[in-house]
Structure formats: C-alpha cells, structure tokens
Design a protein around this ligand. Structure first.
Ligand code: NOJ
Length: 555
C-alpha cells in the first residue's frame, strides 16, 4: 500500500465545483458526476471543503452542525455514494474539520446564550476590562476586534475569525471529547483523510493578556498545549486506524513547530500547510497591498522549509493554490504571454519537492484570477471587510478595488470551468459567484482536446508513484544566489534528480555545478524542448526541467 509520500491530493471547493440541480451552487452529486474526470488525473485523495450545516457566513467554515450535510450540498446518502464511488475509482476522501470555532448558530452557542453554564464553558467568554474596553486588544483575522458582546450578559466571546465564528474552549475536556466524536463519526463513514482548519490556534492560555503589537497572534499560535491537544486528538480518533492521512492548516507557524506537528515520532499529524511562501507579495507583511512578488524571498522560504523539514523529519504539504489564495498563475506567472509554461513551471516546482502535493480545482487547466472590477461581484466576507477598512484608511474606491482584484479569496472560488457552454458548464442556473470571462478559452474540454497542462499534471502525478527519489528522496537547494532560477536536488539511494525552475519571462543562461555537468544524466521531464544537460545551460521563459542521475551509470 502506498504511503502519503506517494500520494497526490486534489482539493474540491464544493460550492464552485459542479452544480447538479441548477440552483447555482455546486453540490455532492456534482462531485459524483465528475469522478471519472478526477480518476483520470491519477490523484489519490479528494479533499472537500466543508459541506456541513452552516449559515454560510464564511462559506461553510462557520459550522452549525458537524454531522449533518447542509441541504445546499445534498444529503447523507449522496455523501455515502460519493465515498463509495471514489473508492471504486481508487480515490479516498479527506474532510475538512473546523474544530477551532463553531458558528454562533450552533446549538452549543445558542444554549450558552440562554444561560446554560455547561455550554458557556464551551466558548471563551471574558469580562471586558474595568475601563469598558475589550477583554484583550487582540484583532480578528477578518478585521476589527476579536471580541463581541455575548448576548445581554456582561461578557464578550472570542472570535479570531468572523463574529459569526465563536472560538471553542479547548481547555474544557468536554469540548475536546465532542471534537473527537465528530472526527470518529466521519471515520466511521469511511473517510480516510482529514484537513484540520487553523489547528495550531486551538490552545489558548487560561489567562489571556494584551498583545504588545495589538494583534495577538503570538499569544495564541503554536502554544505548547496545542501540540498536546493534537496528540490527544490523534490518540482518540484517527491514530486508532491504519493509514489515515491528516494535514494541519497552520496559521503563521514556524519550521520548528511544523516539524514537531508532522514528525511521526510525536504522533500528531501527517503533514502541514504553512503559508509563508504565499506572503511574498505582501508589502510590509500586509496582505491588502500591492507589490510584485519577491522571488528571492520565495526561493529562500521554500528552501528553508524543505531543508528544515528534511533535517527534522517533518513533512510538508506542497501547494500554491487553495480556496483562500488568489490564483498562483496570475500571481507568480504570466498567463497572458506564457500560459502553458508558467502553469507547468509552477506545477513541476512543487510536485518534485519533498512532501505531498495538493492540486486546487482548476489549477490543472490553468485557471486564472477573474479580474472582477465591481465590489458587488465579490461575495467573500473577508473581502468586504477589507474593502471597508481600506476606504477607512483613506484609499479611493479605485485604489481599494485594485487591491481587492489581486488579493480577494474569491479569485480562486469562481466556478470550475468545464466547457465553453453557458456558465462554463458549471450550472444551468445563476452561479453564486460569477464565472471568469476567459472560460471559452480556458476550460476542461478545451484543455483535453488541445491543451498540454492537464497531461503535464498527469505525468507529474505518475512520476511520484514511480520514482522513490521523488517520494522519498532528501532535498538540497543549489544555486541559491541565482536571481531568477530556483534549482534543487533530490537524492535517494544513489540516484539524484536535478530540477531547474525558471520564474521569469526572459531566457537565462546557467552554469551547472560540475558535480552534475560531469555526470551522465537522463532528461526526465520538462516543459521545453527535450535536450541534454550541458555545463552552460539556457533556460527559456518559465522553463522547468528535471534530469535524472543514477550512480550505477556513472561508475
Ligand atoms: C481557514 C480556511 O481555509 C478559511 O477559508 C476560513 O475562513 C478560516 N480558516 C476560518 O475557518
């Protein structure tokens, strides 16, 4: 049986994947309909974003019932069919567990509001300070303060995200027990993978204090107690079964902590998502700003995480895209002039690294940011809050919109582009979020008929299964000072892989280190012309290429 080192995960944002009933919202039956497509990619696991009962204030990350399917997405029967059909097609299901917070519509919160002490201890309630200000000065990650009055009591509840998402009190053993029940419920339904939402912020201190920076991240992120809770979660749920794959979504974590969460000896998680490499276009660490991406920083971060996790026996989830990020091809590539090359460069850069690659729906056909220019075209709550804050800061509407257009999470949430039919074949109704206008050119049918990106992804997925140097090899970064190429080496049992990735639109000439130019190599895969490795090697715009070395041939 293959381990998660050989697997590739495909992320499905159900709301935008495929609508089967014409209500404009993707659903579970839509996913079932597309199983043959997903199976044809060769992916092993489908991570599906939350489809549980929810008022949908944060697109399902505000859960009001963890073990019910929201009727928007279908029924439990649909889910059972999905698990079965996926299995028949050699694919497993990974669910999204949002256990740091619940919707304020959740029964627990509602009972707490009526004065039930047991449920009040499920949440983090505190008295305001004596001067009437909030219990701490922490900021919500979605803007504004992290505290909100709790009904008509004198207390306030903590919400690190939207006001509709109340943080759970993990210090309460009852809460932890309930969380484990949820995970076990889905394990019993045949789920074999879990993505744990913002799991490194579950461990808050008993006494909460003000943050010097007025934000507070360091006071609740990666606390040692979070490791204890995750270990307990493992022992009480998925750790009791064989071969369950887990990934922690880690907000602002460190390599040290990342390795600790994912080192098998600690019995916490299989791997983690870290986000530092996706902040290289934040001006002064501010997401809602405009700045060309800093390539050297990107390379440094990828290299540091790869090196650190190799040394400390941790494991990375590898990704450029997800439902919270603008499309990487629009961000770090050039879809207008180098569509195929920039899409495949990005794919190869991460698929040949050490870790488990994740493909976000549409990435495999080169879907781009939609470039909406009206605020009304955006649905995301974080986007609307950010717009208000930008205007309050004094930006003009045009300036604020220019930022929204690049940074909104809706950039990746537009409907999947299946064909050149109405609404890109996503729905026969009115889509909940507009379809990107480029769908007549960029869509699955077109890609299957004439494109080369999809088939490139398939090759990369296959290679990971066939070559131990990709799934198990160590990592070493080289040519780290080069201003436009990210080059690295993977090594396993006398074999090596040299991967050269060029991130810009002009051709560039590279001096290949002698340790490689002296050896016999085999061209493995690339998005340019097939050729030999020469001591001076020219890479074309957005070119990526990998050469394979086997010590036995180089005696
Ligand atoms: C991370 C999820 O990916 C994001 O979509 C969500 O808004 C926050 N966690 C809060 O649950």
């Amino acid at each position: 049986m293959s381990t998660f080192h050989e697997k590739v995960v495909y992320q499905i944002y159900p709301k935008s994947f495929k609508d089967s009933n014409g209500d404009g919202i993707g659903d579970l039956k839509g996913i079932i309909e597309k199983i043959p497509y997903l199976a044809s990619l060769g992916v092993d696991m489908l991570w599906i974003n939350p489809f549980f009962s929810s008022p949908q204030k944060d697109n399902g990350y505000d859960i009001s019932n963890y073990t019910e399917i929201d009727p928007l997405f279908g029924t439990m029967e649909d889910f059972e069919v999905l698990v079965k059909e996926a299995k028949t097609n050699q694919m497993e299901i990974m669910l999204d567990m949002v256990l740091n917070h619940t919707s304020i519509d959740h029964e627990w919160f509602q009972k707490a509001l009526t004065g039930d002490k047991k449920f009040q201890d499920y949440y983090i309630l505190r008295e305001p300070k004596s001067d009437g200000s909030h219990p701490t000065n922490w900021a919500s990650k979605f803007g504004g303060p992290a505290w909100e009055p709790f009904g008509d009591t004198a207390k306030e509840y903590l919400h690190l995200y939207d006001v509709s998402q109340a943080d759970l009190n993990w210090r309460n053993p009852e809460v932890r027990k309930e969380a484990y029940k949820v995970v076990n419920y889905w394990l019993n339904k045949g789920v074999t993978g879990f993505r744990f939402d913002v799991i490194n912020v579950i461990g808050k201190d008993a006494v909460l204090s003000d943050a010097i920076d007025g934000v507070g991240k360091s006071l609740y992120t990666d606390r040692p107690i979070a490791h204890e809770y995750i270990h307990e979660l493992n022992k009480e749920t998925f750790g009791r079964k064989e071969a369950i794959m887990t990934v922690g979504e880690m907000s602002s974590t460190t390599i040290e902590n990342g390795a600790a969460y994912s080192n098998p000896e600690n019995e916490e998680l299989s791997m983690l998502f870290s986000f530092h490499h996706l902040k290289v276009d934040y001006l002064d660490s501010e997401k809602w700003s405009l700045m060309p991406f800093d390539f050297m920083e990107l390379k440094q971060l990828l290299n540091d995480w790869q090196t650190g996790m190799t040394e400390k026996n941790g494991w990375n989830a590898l990704f450029w895209n997800n439902h919270d990020q603008p499309r990487a091809i629009s961000r770090f590539g050039d879809p207008e002039h180098h569509f195929y090359a920039s899409a495949t460069l990005q794919a190869q850069t991460i698929h040949l690294l050490r870790g488990t690659p994740y493909i976000y729906q549409g990435e495999e056909i080169g879907m781009t940011n939609p470039g909406f220019s009206e605020l009304a075209d955006y649905v995301d709550i974080e986007t609307h809050n950010a717009y208000t804050e930008l205007i309050e800061k004094g930006l003009s509407s045009n300036e604020a919109m220019a930022i929204i257009k690049e940074k909104s999470r809706d950039n990746s949430r537009t409907p999947m582009q299946w064909s050149n039919e109405l609404n890109a074949g996503f729905t026969t109704g009115q889509p909940w979020l507009k379809v990107a206008e480029n769908y007549p050119q960029i869509n699955v049918e077109e890609e299957q008929a004439t494109g080369k990106i999809l088939s490139y992804y398939k090759k990369l997925i296959q290679l990971r299964k066939e070559m131990k140097v990709i799934s198990e090899g160590n990592y070493r970064g080289i040519l780290l000072e080069h201003p436009s190429v990210y080059a690295y080496v993977r090594e396993f049992d006398g074999t090596q892989l040299l991967v050269l990735n060029h991130f810009y639109g002009e051709s560039v000439s590279l001096e290949i280190p002698e340790e490689f130019s002296n050896q016999q190599s085999r061209y493995l895969i690339g998005n340019g012309e097939k050729r030999e490795l020469t001591p001076t090697f020219v890479l074309e715009p957005y070119e990526t290429v990998a050469f394979y070395f086997n010590a036995e041939n180089n005696g």
